[in-house]
Structure formats: structure tokens, C-alpha cells
Design a binder for this molecule. Structure first.
Ligand code: ADP
Ligand code: ADP
Ligand code: MG
Length: 462
């Protein structure tokens, strides 16, 4: 191949580190796993050609430690860094530091990250490209007086959102002016503490919205879309279960949505893999841009399953200087794919974190089944990081077949040593709302509350 990637350092951990190593191996690129001390015996460390310990368990001293990562790259002779998701993946200063060190950052240019990583700024960019955004403040709001004036125009209920927020955090609801007065300073303080910036903006709260996002790939000149994913099943604004394509979009709606994403990506001269997130109003057919993620996303495999395109390999090729070989007309979707996030959390105890040692592990096998995980039997899940253990991904000729395969795959999985969210997926896959695709971003929490109430009543009767 023609890539200029000689050796790749993976600045991440868990399942995504394993996923990136696998893509690099397929392209014949040697890999270096940058690991914290707590991850020295991780699957990524075992799979990579080399391992560099970058610091202690604490993320701020390892996976967020720019100097340590650059030193690991220098010492190992790596000339490129893949940031995965989370950690430094959407940190423009990191992308800049990587480039300044003479290395290749596997992702868009620092300026693009800065522009789209700031959610208030991204809204402005989208609006300027003619992509509808949720009615809200034109930009960041400095104080409560400005927020009050703006809220009057937007209407309640509304959301106060951190410009630098992500991962479902940094969003607070205000149902009226009194709540806005109370929540606004709290939101600013929390944003400052969590994201290092107190900047916040306002957005109208859209009831009964569906979260639909478009995957794009660009080479700086041209961009293509790989259709959409639906990620409406969420808990605390975090995705739990995702699928591709969205089961409710009509072909002309899909066409309009995906075209808007390509328009925005080309306007940005976007390079690499990116996702434009939208809220879709099922009843009116309207869609509104909410944010762009300038990195690979957790749920990217469902897109790979329906298109047959390896997104992580594409990222590496683009970063290595290859032009996007793909034409839009070459990209087709086939069937339906579902992803179940398996977290070390106990769904019977309000998703209480449950790290532990894997005592028994058996993954399902068969047609259309794919597992993305860093687990192995005997592995001790460290308590310091994200609770994602695995992603169970299934494909079927249609959504119905995918659901049947998912039910069988969940039932065949044996993962002992800790409580996980597997039972949640088992219940969900049996639920009529999931089976008929009648849900929105509020449905899962309502469903969980109903379920808890029913069980409490049963307990009282017994
Ligand atoms: P996805 O759509 O890929 O799930 P998320 O926004 O949920 O995207 O983020 C993916 C991962 O990155 C999660 O582990 C999340 O906790 C983390 N993450 C994303 N943005 C941030 C951020 N600004 N600060 C901390 N963690 C983040
Ligand atoms: P993050 O950066 O944390 O991923 P997003 O802006 O993407 O934050 O929002 C996360 C989730 O919060 C969305 O998927 C959706 O469920 C909900 N949400 C965000 N904005 C709105 C809105 N304006 N109205 C209703 N729900 C929203
Ligand atoms: Mg988001």
C-alpha cells in the first residue's frame, strides 16, 4: 500500500485499542500500545508489536498526558498516533502537538477539531452551511441576564449545554425561568470543572426526538456518507443500543439528511471519519443538527456491517495520505445491524458500577455475529476507566432477522465474574417498543422506571 504510516501508536485503551490494532495489522502497519500501569496486561498490550507504559492508572497522568504520549511515540519510532474515542481524541491542542512533533495525527486537522469540537461554534458552522439546528442561542452566553433574554425567544423547556461537553455530560434542563436562574450558574461551574471551560449555550428541548446520526468519510477534498445510525435508546443521554439503518427514515428523508452531512463535511474540507449528530422529529419529519464528533465513534461497527466498509482502515489510509477511493455511488447498504453495549454495570441496581475479574467467557458465534471486546478469561477489569466491556454486533438480511440473531447471541454469551448490562439487552430485545421501532430518546428511561416499579410491586406482594 502507499501509506506513509510506518508505525502506529495507539493512544487509547479497551475495546477501541484492540479494534485499531486489528485494522493496522490488516494493513501491515506495526503497532505500539501506549498503556497505563493498570493496563500493562491488557489485551491491547498483548496484541500490539510493542508496549510503552505512559504513566500510572490515573488518566490525567497517562491517557491524557500529552508529553508522555509523544515521548512513547518518539522512543518507539512510531510516526503516527490514533487517538480512538474519548480521552484526547477531540482535543485540538493534542492534534496540534502531534503534528508539531512531526507525527501524523489520525483524524482531522486541529482547526477542524477546534471548530466542531466546540458545540456552540459547530452550531454556527452548521447553520451557515444551511443545515437546520435546534432553535437556541446564537452562541455562548456570558451571564444569566443574556440567558434569560434568549430563553424568552427560545421557549421552555430548554437545555443548558456545555460548549465543550461530551459523553452525555454537561447538559442540564430548565423548565421555566426560575429553574434557568438556578441551573445556569450550576451548569457553568460544572462545565468549568468537567471540561476546563465554563462556556454554555441554550437549546430548545425537543420532546419525542429520535437521535439519528450520519457517518461521513472525507479526504480534505471530497466527502461521502455511509448512511445513518439510530441511537435513540439512551440512559442519561448515553447510548445503550444502536442500529443501522434507522428503522423509521423514508428514503427521501435519508437522502436529505445524508446530503446535508456531506455538504457540511465538504465545507469543512473534512479529513478522516466523522459523525454528524441530529435530532429527528418523527411527527413533522424535521431534523436538527446537534453536534459533530470528529473521531471514530463507539457504534461505528453497525455502519461497517451494513456497508462492508472498514472505517478504521479507511481512517488509517486517509491519514497516510491516500485519497478517498470511494465514490458515493459505490456505497450501498444491505440488511440491518444492531449493537448492544455490554457495560460492567448492574441493571438490577440502578447501573451500579461492577468491575471484577472475568471468570468465565464465551462469546456467541455464527452468521452475522461480531464481537468487539478487550476481555479474556482471567482478565481483571480495572475500576478507573469507562465501564464498556464489549460490543455485541449482529447483522441480518432485515431488522427482524437481526433481532432474532441478537436474541440468540445474547442468550449464548457467558460472561461471569461481574454484573453486566447483558440482561438489559435480553429484556429490551423482547420488548414490543424495540421490535416495532416505536421509541425516542426518552423511552428507555421510562421503560426502566416502569420496570423498577413493577418489580417493587411484585416484591411487596411476595
Ligand atoms: P459515541 O457516540 O461514540 O458514544 P460519546 O459522546 O458517547 O460518543 O463518547 C464516546 C466515549 O468518549 C465515551 O466513553 C465518553 O465517555 C467519552 N467522551 C466523549 N466526549 C468526552 C468529553 N468531552 N469528556 C470526557 N469523555 C468524553
Ligand atoms: P454529547 O456531546 O454529550 O453527546 P449531545 O448534544 O450529542 O451531547 O446530546 C446527547 C443526547 O442528549 C442526545 O442524543 C439527546 O438524547 C439529548 N439531547 C441533546 N440535545 C437535545 C435537545 N435539544 N432536545 C432534546 N434532547 C436533546
Ligand atoms: Mg453526542
Amino acid at each position: 500500500m502507499t501509506t506513509s504510516l510506518r508505525k502506529l501508536l495507539i493512544a487509547n485503551r479497551g475495546e477501541i485499542a484492540v479494534r485499531i490494532i486489528r485494522a493496522a495489522q490488516a494493513l501491515g502497519i506495526p503497532t505500539v500500545a501506549a498503556c497505563s500501569e493498570a493496563d500493562a496486561d491488557s489485551l491491547a498490550a498483548r496484541m500490539a508489536d510493542e508496549v510503552r507504559i505512559i504513566g500510572p492508572a490515573r488518566a490525567d497522568r497517562s491517557y491524557l498526558n500529552v508529553e508522555a504520549l509523544l515521548k512513547a511515540a518518539r522512543d518507539s519510532g512510531a510516526n503516527a498516533i490514533h487517538p480512538g474515542y474519548g480521552f484526547l481524541s477531540e482535543n485540538a491542542a493534542f492534534a496540534e502537538a502531534v503534528t508539531a512533533a512531526g507525527l501524523i495525527f489520525v483524524g482531522p486537522e486541529a482547526d477542524t477539531i477546534r471548530r466542531m469540537g466546540d458545540k456552540a461554534e459547530a452550531r454556527r458552522t452548521a447553520a451557515a452551511a444551511g443545515v437546520p439546528v435546534v432553535p437556541g442561542s446564537p452562541g455562548e452566553l456570558d451571564d444569566l441576564t443574556a440567558a434569560r433574554a434568549c430563553a424568552k425567544r427560545i421557549g421552555y423547556p430548554l437545555l443548558i449545554k456545555a460548549s465543550a461537553g461530551g459523553g452525555g455530560r454537561g447538559i442540564r434542563m430548565a423548565r421555566n425561568a426560575a429553574e434557568l436562574a438556578r441551573e445556569f450558574p450550576i451548569a457553568q461551574g460544572e462545565a468549568q470543572a468537567a471540561f476546563g471551560s465554563g462556556a454554555v449555550y441554550l437549546e430548545r428541548f425537543i420532546r419525542r426526538a429520535r437521535h439519528i446520526e450520519v457517518q461521513i468519510l472525507g479526504d480534505g477534498q471530497r466527502a461521502v456518507h455511509l448512511f445513518e445510525r439510530e441511537c435513540s435508546l439512551q440512559r442519561r443521554r448515553q447510548k445503550v443500543f444502536e442500529e443501522a439503518p434507522s428503522p423509521i427514515l423514508l428514503p427521501e428523508q435519508r437522502q436529505a439528511l445524508c446530503a446535508s452531512a456531506v455538504r457540511l463535511a465538504e465545507r469543512l474540507h473534512y479529513r478522516g471519519a466523522g459523525t454528524l449528530e441530529y435530532l429527528f422529529d418523527d411527527e413533522s419529519g424535521e431534523f436538527f443538527f446537534i453536534e459533530m464528533n470528529t473521531r471514530i465513534q463507539v457504534e461505528h461497527p453497525v455502519t461497517e456491517m451494513i456497508t462492508g466498509i472498514d472505517l478504521v482502515q479507511a481512517m488509517l489510509r486517509i491519514a497516510g495520505g491516500e485519497p478517498l477511493g470511494l465514490q458515493q455511488a459505490d456505497i450501498h447498504m444491505r440488511g440491518a445491524a444492531l449493537e448492544m453495549r455490554i457495560n460492567a454495570e448492574d441493571p438490577e441496581r440502578d447501573f451500579f458500577p461492577s468491575p471484577g475479574t472475568v471468570t468465565e467467557l464465551h462469546w456467541p458465534q455464527g452468521e452475522g455475529i461480531r464481537v468487539e471486546s478487550h476481555l479474556y478469561a482471567g482478565y481483571r477489569v480495572p475500576p478507573y476507566y469507562d465501564s464498556l466491556l464489549a460490543k455485541l454486533v449482529v447483522h441480518g438480511d432485515d431488522r427482524c432477522e437481526a433481532i432474532e440473531r441478537a436474541q440468540a447471541a445474547v442468550a449464548a454469551t457467558r460472561l461471569s465474574g461481574m454484573a453486566t448490562t447483558l440482561p438489559l439487552h435480553q429484556w429490551l430485545l423482547e420488548d414490543a417498543r424495540l421490535q416495532t421501532a416505536r421509541f425516542d430518546t426518552g423511552t428507555l428511561e421510562i421503560w426502566l422506571a416502569e420496570r423498577a416499579a413493577t418489580r417493587a410491586a411484585q416484591f411487596e406482594e411476595a
